[in-house]
Design a binder for this molecule. Structure first.
Ligand code: BMA
Length: 340
């Protein structure tokens, strides 16, 4: 086994279960999945595609909550153990820089990333079609929306957890305004979280891997390691019965993350359990966050299941890194286009 070290904080009390004996996949599910069931809040039918992180003496999260009027918004949740969650009864109210209400018509698939002392929430919203919204908070009481980073149509914005070369760095997936039958991941930089540029192609669907042949999109915030950024993403294939969303993994160059160093030709998790295969949209595993312990290399993946539930799955940095290396097929085009 090749060694790999997570660069970051220890998180000894994060959720964890050991790999079941004889299990032959690199990621294993929490036995108590799903961790959030239907109708979790009055007026909310389903919570899925949501992001969590450590906060104060526990955990905090931003949750995609499908209201019973059919409109998704982002709700705040808190937890002592990152498994049992208590949710606010009202959606997060975003304001503009002056403190005036500034709500998106709808908001879905949030990610939550801390850079320096500020927490950023990114989501998809309406902006003359699907586009990225972004807000910041330092106290989880006031949430100030920033300028939209990208033009429509775009989804799956994922910020890196630190600046690289002095700039903020964010993944996104240009798309259409419908269910998007295509899509590659791009990477962009900003000196100030307002003006975004140096857009680079990161990874596409041209690998020949059937499970991710339709579209790929960023997932959880990349994890810093001594071997590069460990990136989890979703890969989608179109079957005769619709899309199937699996989870893929790659390693990006630490100083120039537009370079894909290694990418697994095989998914690391695909819909198999009832809560992944059955729901509002069947066959969806959609990663939006991880918790990790730099001491042990343990990783807990938080992923949306069938647009209906939140699930947790476990792995370690070493398991994933070695799986990626064993199955590496980072395409030559990715190396060439990324090398700038
Ligand atoms: C995508 C997004 C996700 C969703 C997925 C499957 O386009 O809307 O929120 O999980 O479709 O329905």
């Amino acid at each position: 086994m090749e060694k790999i070290r997570i660069i970051g904080n220890a998180l000894p009390d994060m959720p964890w279960q050991d790999k079941p004996a004889g299990y032959n996949m690199p990621v294993w599910r929490y036995t108590e999945n799903p961790i959030i069931n239907r109708n979790p809040i009055k007026g909310v039918s389903r919570i899925f595609n949501s992001a969590v992180m450590p906060y104060e003496d526990g955990y905090i999260g931003v949750f995609r909550a499908e209201q019973t009027d059919g409109i998704p918004h982002i709700y705040l949740g808190r937890s002592k153990d990152a498994v049992h969650w208590e949710f606010d009864t009202e959606k997060i109210l975003f304001t503009d820089e002056k403190g005036e209400p500034f709500m998106p018509h709808y908001a879905y698939d949030p990610r939550l990333v801390k850079v320096e002392d500020t927490y950023y929430i990114m989501w998809c919203q309406d902006g003359y079609g699907a586009t990225i919204g972004i807000a910041k908070t330092t106290d989880f009481k006031t949430f100030t929306r920033l300028e939209n980073p990208f033009l429509p149509f775009n989804r799956n914005a994922v910020l890196f957890p630190r600046k690289i070369g002095g700039n903020f760095v964010m993944l996104s997936r240009p798309s259409d305004s419908g269910h998007t039958p295509f899509g590659d991941v791009f990477i962009s930089e900003s000196p100030d979280m307002e003006f975004w540029g140096r857009h680079r192609h990161l990874m596409g669907t041209n690998t020949g891997n059937w499970w991710e042949g339709t579209k790929v999109g960023g997932g959880s915030a990349p994890i810093e390691t001594d071997k590069g950024w460990l990136m989890l993403y979703h890969g989608v294939v179109t079957t005769c019965n619709g899309f199937v969303y699996s989870i893929g993994a790659a390693i990006l160059d630490i100083d120039n993350p537009s370079i894909v160093k290694h990418r697994s030709s095989r998914y690391i998790l695909t819909p198999e359990e009832w809560y992944e295969e059955r729901g509002f949209v069947p066959n969806v595993c959609f990663p939006c966050a991880t918790l990790q312990d730099a001491e042990t290399g343990r990783i807990a993946i938080y992923y949306g299941c069938a647009d209906s539930y939140v699930g947790v799955a476990f792995t370690t940095a070493e398991e994933l890194y070695n799986y990626i290396l064993e199955n590496d097929n980072a395409g030559q085009t990715e190396h060439e286009i990324g090398r700038r």
